[in-house]
Design a protein around this ligand. Sequence first.
Ligand SMILES: [Zn+2]
Length: 220
Amino acid sequence: MKDRPHIIIKQRRSTLERTPPLSSEEYRCVNLRSRWQSTYVTACHFTNEAAHAIGDWAAQSVREDGASPEVGGLLLGYVATSDDCVVYVDRFQPFREVDFANNSLLVVSDAIRQAYEAGTSDRPGLIVGWFHTHPGHGPYLSTTDVNRTHLPFFRHPYQIALVLDPHTPRWDTGIFSTLADQTGLNTGRDTAQFYSSKEVATGAAVSAVFSWKDLLAFFS
Ligand SMILES: [Zn+2]
């Protein structure tokens, strides 16, 4: 990942590796080690607040004519690193007016900055990743996602990309992470892991895909 542009959203570094503000019972965990052969982040935890805010933002974007826009936002929380790197997503801050199918670096940069300022105005938080939807084409990281959003703006190895397809019945979702040796990303596009949206819709996809609705159900 040597050639990535150096556009950095400044963060408050003191929030790294701090003690979790919530008890572990308040999170639901997605084990990434069981989903990817190689992953720097071994597990990703979500609060009820974050999980529902992500689902609500995805749901409101769905249009009945099928022409849903891609919407997204910032994942805010903290990171715990010892032997493993574990990400905690405490809350979600939507991006306003970003069309991920047709973005520019400047538009994405502004959207991230605005979301970060809005999301951390009253409580501290670290940008632990980003979220966007793939309405009807399944969760994976496209070349555009990687080159125009992830690598320029989410260059820390602990930062994840969460992709959800709101047109699938169970909201098929993938969490894409840096490889353990930090030489690349899990994108879901490798030969063995590639799947069509039809396969995702019928649940025959790679193990990296899980149901966001199932995750939400764990909170109830
Ligand atoms: Zn995408």
